[in-house]
Design a protein around this ligand. Structure first.
Ligand SMILES: [Zn+2]
Length: 123
C-alpha cells in the first residue's frame, strides 16, 4: 500500500508546474502563437477565480494553478488569452480552443472537479 501511494505522488508531482516562471513562460509562448500582446502578467493569490484579464492586456492568474496539473493550467491560459480576441464562449471561441488544446472539454470537466474543491471559477 505504502509503495503504491508513494509512486502515485511521484507521478503527480511530475505533472505540476516547476515554478512561477515556467508558468509565465508558457503564457508568453501561447500568446506569441496566438498573436496576442500581453502587457502585464502576474500570478497572485485569488480567492474566487482562476484568472482575470482586462481589455488593456493585463493578465492575472491564480497562484493555486501552480499546484494543479499542467494541462489544466494550460486550459486556463488559453481560455483567458482567447478572450482578448473573442469576448464570449461562442462557436469561434470553441473552435479556437479545440485548435490550441485538442479535447478542451475534457480539461473543462477536470478543472471543474478541482474547482469544486477550491471554489474557483473561470469567466
Ligand atoms: Zn471565459
Amino acid at each position: 500500500m505504502g509503495f503504491y501511494a508513494h509512486s502515485c505522488i511521484q507521478a503527480m508531482k511530475k505533472k505540476i508546474w516547476k515554478d512561477k516562471s515556467e508558468f509565465k513562460k508558457r503564457v508568453h509562448d501561447f500568446a506569441k502563437k496566438m498573436d496576442i500582446n500581453v502587457k502585464s502578467l502576474s500570478l497572485r493569490t485569488m480567492t474566487t477565480k482562476w484568472a482575470s484579464c482586462s481589455t488593456e492586456g493585463n493578465l492575472n492568474f491564480n497562484k493555486d494553478l501552480l499546484n494543479i496539473e499542467r494541462d489544466l493550467g494550460e486550459y486556463v491560459i488559453v481560455h483567458e488569452l482567447l478572450h482578448f480576441k473573442v469576448p464570449n464562449h461562442g462557436k469561434l471561441w470553441k473552435s479556437l480552443m479545440r485548435a490550441y488544446l485538442g479535447d478542451y472539454e475534457e480539461l473543462e470537466v477536470r478543472l471543474r472537479r478541482v474547482a469544486g474543491e477550491s471554489k474557483n471559477r473561470i469567466d
